[in-house]
Structure formats: C-alpha cells, structure tokens
Write a new protein. Structure first.
Length: 327
C-alpha cells in the first residue's frame, strides 16, 4: 500500500489508458456480480460515509475506488477547522447520492497514512479514483468551492474511467439531485460499443485499431469528450512505440531547434509523467521557430493538452506561457 506513490491527476504513463479501461471493466464486473447475488448493486445510505484505518485502506479505499470516487477527509478531534469541514463533507456525500464515497481518516490513529500522503496540515482532502490518488484542497474551504471541486472530480471519474457512481438503496435524502440517479440508470449510449472496442484494442496493444474506433465515434459526434481524450492518448502511445529513449533525448539535446526531435522528446516526457517538462519543451520550441515549424509545435502542444485534460492547472499554466510566446 503506497498511496503517496500513486499517479497524480493528469500524469500519463504507458499504462494510463489501459488502467482506465480496466477500472471501467472492474466496476461493471462488480455491479454484475452484485446483481447476480441479488443485491442489485445498491448500498445503504450509511455506506456513503465511512471511517477508514490503515488496516482497511486497501479494501475500503483502493478497491472501492474501482467503482466510485473515494474522497479522503484527513481530520483529528482537536482540529477546529475539521469540525467545520467534516459535517459539510458528510452532508454533501449524502446529497450527491452515490456519486462519491467519503472516507474519514483520523490522523492521530493513522500516522502511517498521514505520512504516505505527505499531509502537512489538516484538514486535508484527497481523492482516489481507480487506484489513482490526487489532492483536492486543504483547509475549511467555502461550500461553493468544495461543490465545484467535487463536480470536477466526478466529471473526471466518469469521462476518464467510466465511473458513474454507486446506487443507493432508497432515497439518501429528500430532494437529492436526480441527475446522478439518471446517469446510473440511463441506457447505454449510442457509442458505448465503439468506445469499449477502443479499450479492448488498447488492452491487446492494437493501437491503430483503437485510434480508428475513437475516430469512428468522432465522425458522428465531434464533441464526444471520452473519444477525444481516448484518441489523443492512443495517438500518443502510438508515437512512442518503438522509440529509443536515449537516442531521442540525445537528438533533442543536440538540435534544440529541430522540431521533430523536440516533438519526440516531449512525447517521451509526457508518458514518463514529466508533464511540465513536456509542455515547457514545446513552448520553448514555439518560441525558437517560425512559420510551419512553429505551427507544428503549437499543434502538438494543444494535442498534449487534450491528453492531460483542460482542468489540470499545468495545462492552464502552459496555455498562458504559450499565449505570451505567440502574442
């Protein structure tokens, strides 16, 4: 159990797309197994807020995150801001009605988890989605800001990992949002089969097949977010296949104005998780080139933005840097 070493939001490696597909498949299998056992996949409202310790972390957080985002609230009895934030998060967990599960972790009783997540102060709030951890915020933030953060988390979980939440038995709360329930009970969308075919192609290392499957979706639905993200990731994986990393980096170091050399190195940077390095390299390439070369570097940078996602702060910073270079 190494929470601190999990991939953070937006970090991409060669297994990222496959991991998303596997998470979606595990969630579907879990729901199917529960249905076979007569449970219908529903959980009682009490399961939306749980206390978690080190012994149960893998079961209660890591495994559960394969079917629903798990929000971690690191708190302590002596922490006054925790006493303000905790009840708010508990209320929101009930209100969101299965779109996420709240796991409360007492740092005094779970020092190892506190250290593994690098907690410097509390309250501190993290999330785990499909086994990947990401920091959300620290301190007793305003409710509007917390809601916005949770909405973004749920969107990422659904779009990147196919996690639409869990079904709650009965009404978790009178007046709970109907949108979540509709999302969980809605019939399969018209492109689900093509998207699943793309994931299967990635699982079998058929990159061209995955690329074509995503393109088939985008022909009819150019704004399909899942297909756009999948296509960008599949194309990235296809570009780095067969690369000699040492040679690619040598070529880039020897020829800083060689656009193709910098593009290849940026791709390697990104799949290795060095997101800022990849973005910075291409911004510098745009700065040092002109004409078609500059446009080529700019377009590749925009493609890498798609891989990471528009909500990532590193994308926002790189967009600002690119704007300063261009204008």
């Amino acid at each position: 159990m190494q929470p601190r070493n999990m991939s953070m939001s937006g970090v991409v490696d060669l297994a990222a797309v496959k991991a998303a597909g596997e998470a979606k498949a595990k969630a579907e299998q879990a729901r199917a197994e529960s249905a076979r056992q007569g449970g219908g996949g529903a959980v009682p409202p009490s399961a939306l807020v749980i206390d978690v310790d080190e012994a149960g972390f893998e079961r209660d957080v890591l495994q559960r995150s394969a079917e629903v985002p798990v929000v971690l609230d690191f708190w302590a009895e002596w922490c006054q801001p925790c006493k303000q934030l905790g009840p708010l998060l508990e209320r929101l967990a009930v209100e969101y009605n299965g779109r996420f599960v709240l796991a409360k972790i007492d740092v005094d009783a779970n020092q190892m988890l506190m250290q593994q997540f690098g907690i410097q102060g509390i309250p501190a709030v993290f999330a785990v989605v499909a086994g990947q951890a990401l920091p959300l915020f620290q301190g007793a933030a305003p409710e509007a800001q917390i809601r916005q953060t949770l909405d973004q988390l749920i969107e990422v979980a659904e779009q990147r990992f196919g996690l639409t939440g869990i079904t709650v038995a009965g009404d978790a709360e009178a007046g709970a949002p109907e949108a979540g329930a509709e999302a969980r009970t809605a019939p399969a969308g018209p492109y689900d089969a093509l998207l699943e075919a793309a994931v299967r192609a990635l699982d079998s290392n058929d990159i061209p097949g995955a690329i074509q499957a995503y393109k088939n979706v985008l022909v009819d639905d150019p704004g399909n977010t899942e297909a756009k993200l999948g296509l960008a990731q599949a194309e990235l994986l296809g570009r780095v296949q067969g690369m000699d990393p040492q040679q690619v980096r040598k070529n880039a170091a020897d020829a800083p104005k060689d656009v193709q050399a910098q593009l290849a190195a940026a791709d390697l940077d990104l799949v290795g998780g060095h997101v800022e390095d990849a973005f910075g390299r291409l911004v510098d390439t745009v700065r040092q080139t002109a004409g078609d070369d500059r446009d080529t570097a700019r377009v590749r940078l925009l493609e890498l933005f798609e891989v990471i996602g528009p909500d990532d702060p590193r994308v926002a910073a790189a967009r600002s840097a690119l704007a300063r270079v261009l204008f």
